[in-house]
Design a protein around this ligand. Structure first.
Ligand SMILES: [Zn+2]
Length: 500
């Protein structure tokens, strides 16, 4: 309908002031504003006796307190008994928001129509006390198979295509929104309306968004059957964003309860209400091909199986089920954790380019492949280490009873790190890729004993670090050697450049 038609048909309904105050008291942290009246500091007051003048945002009531009371002790409102936060009531706070929220009011129209209006509600403190204010935000119109929305803006009411709940925040830079509340919905309002069988009260109890739920129901009246068969996880999935999964799991266009889950038999139908959308899809698939039964084990397997994101070797689901159950029994762990390891095992096989798909002892095979994989990784780096060693052969130097050479292998750099108790092993990749060069400095008379570790920056031929045991500074002897060595390296490089 057009905006004019809408305005002509819209029943004249306003939110109930008492209900709004009740929401503030129940849902929002109450504040208590107090000012001292009739004392020297209050030149405006004409009051003949000194006292605290107080107003509570939770109940909206005004009252007086003894002038000797301390503001910080006023933490419970004597009028409504709510816990409140005490604040000084000052003139400059006039007009400042004390509570603000969005309020949805649902009411009946002609025939089977339902209207919903949203209001921006704010509670303000002024010189006289609290003032409640509500400004219209949106109008929604619902009827069998119809959902429409208008929003109030600069140019009056404007139709809006996407029918969602509104949001309201203090300003466009804020990340925080004011809360939204739905007013009470009486049975009388719903009876005989387009929402008569919508199970709206259940939806509200589960915290589903009002507008989205109504629209969902009007489009898919079969939702009623989902409530009646207690398919709560499925409904939750829909309102928590997994709409695609829900559509795959259930035929929302069904006209009967039986039509909701196509091809499901009686036993399955007993299990389905406890499952989430993706679980229903998996359960049905596995049950229909005879892998699982409609029992708890079947549900457990479904939950584990849906997180297993690899192709089953040979595509044999039954074999996978039997194999994992056998392995789980062997090591006394859950099928879910064994299946997780098995996925890891399969990806190792893929990386290594071969292996046993169904090893007799998965635990042992997994350990063996992991060790092999480490070795291959080392092997890859070792090849690069050899290349570094050849490249830096010219830097090997024996002098004054000491000698220096590039580190030999991944194993050596790891051992160097362990024995010297430093972090040099972390440089293995950098060394292999030539971003840095790691040298070991030894005494000529004890060449197998770790002494100093030296890091050279290849581009500038400068020493970034020369460290002894536990990252200690180099000994003077070693430092002198390294200084002379760097000098020598630079000379060699310069001569090479000249001759080149
Ligand atoms: Zn109160």
């Amino acid at each position: 309908m057009t905006t004019d038609e809408m305005l002509a048909r819209l029943p004249d309904e306003q939110p109930d002031f008492e209900e709004l105050q009740e929401i503030i008291g129940r849902e929002l942290q109450g504040k208590l504003f107090a000012r001292r009246v009739g004392v020297d500091e209050d030149p405006f007051s004409l009051s003949p006796y000194p006292h605290w003048e107080c107003v509570c945002t939770a109940c909206g009531k005004k009252f007086e307190a003894d002038v000797k009371d301390k503001l910080k002790d006023m933490t419970v409102c004597p009028m409504c008994g709510e816990k409140v936060k005490p604040h000084r009531w000052m003139f400059r706070q006039g007009g400042k928001l004390t509570s603000a929220f969005l309020f949805y009011h649902l009411f009946r129209g002609a025939g089977r129509e339902i209207w919903v209006r949203s209001w921006r509600v704010s509670q303000r403190l002024n010189w006289d006390g609290l003032e409640m204010d509500y400004v219209p935000m949106s109008i929604y119109h619902f009827d069998d198979g119809t959902a429409e929305k208008w929003k109030f803006g600069w140019q009056g009411w404007k139709p809006i295509k996407t029918i969602r709940m509104d949001t309201w925040k203090p300003n466009s830079f804020s990340y925080e929104y004011y809360p939204a509340f739905v007013g009470s919905i009486s049975k009388k309002t719903i009876k005989g309306s387009c929402l008569e069988y919508s199970q709206l009260d259940h939806a509200m109890r589960y915290g589903f968004p009002l507008i989205e739920y109504i629209q969902f129901y009007l489009k898919n009246p079969s939702v009623e059957y989902l409530w009646k068969s207690h398919c709560i996880p499925l409904l939750e999935d829909y309102f928590h964003g997994s709409r695609g999964d829900v559509r795959r799991a259930v035929n929302l266009k069904a006209k009967t309860f039986k039509g909701l889950f196509r091809g499901a038999d009686k036993r399955e139908m007993k299990i389905i209400p406890g499952l989430h959308a993706r679980e229903i899809v998996w359960f049905h698939r596995l049950y229909q091909v005879g892998v699982i039964r409609a029992d708890q084990d079947g549900v457990d397997w479904t939950r584990a199986r849906k997180t297993f994101c690899r192709d089953v070797p040979g595509g044999d689901e039954k074999q996978l089920y039997r194999y994992i159950h056998r392995q789980a029994e062997r090591c006394g762990r859950s099928c879910a954790s064994v299946l997780y390891d098995y996925a890891d095992h399969l990806s190792q096989i893929q990386r290594l380019g071969g292996g046993e798909f169904w090893p007799h002892d998965l635990d042992e095979a997994h350990r063996r492949l992991s060790a092999r994989e480490r070795k291959i990784q080392d092997h890859g780096l070792n090849g690069m280490f050899r290349a570094r060693r050849r490249l830096w052969q010219w830097a090997v130097w024996r002098h004054a009873g000491m000698f220096i050479r590039p580190v030999d292998s991944v194993k050596e750099i790891t051992l160097e790190g362990e024995r010297q108790d430093n972090c040099v092993a972390g440089y293995a990749k950098g060394h292999a890729e030539g971003r840095t060069v790691i040298f070991v400095l030894r005494r000529a008379d004890d060449p197998t004993k770790n002494w100093h570790t030296v890091e050279l920056i290849p581009g500038t031929l400068t020493v970034r670090q020369c460290r002894g045991y536990k990252n200690r500074e180099a000994t003077p002897e070693a430092q002198a050697f390294v200084d002379a060595w760097v000098e020598r390296l630079k000379n060699i490089r310069d001569q090479r450049r000249k001759s080149a």
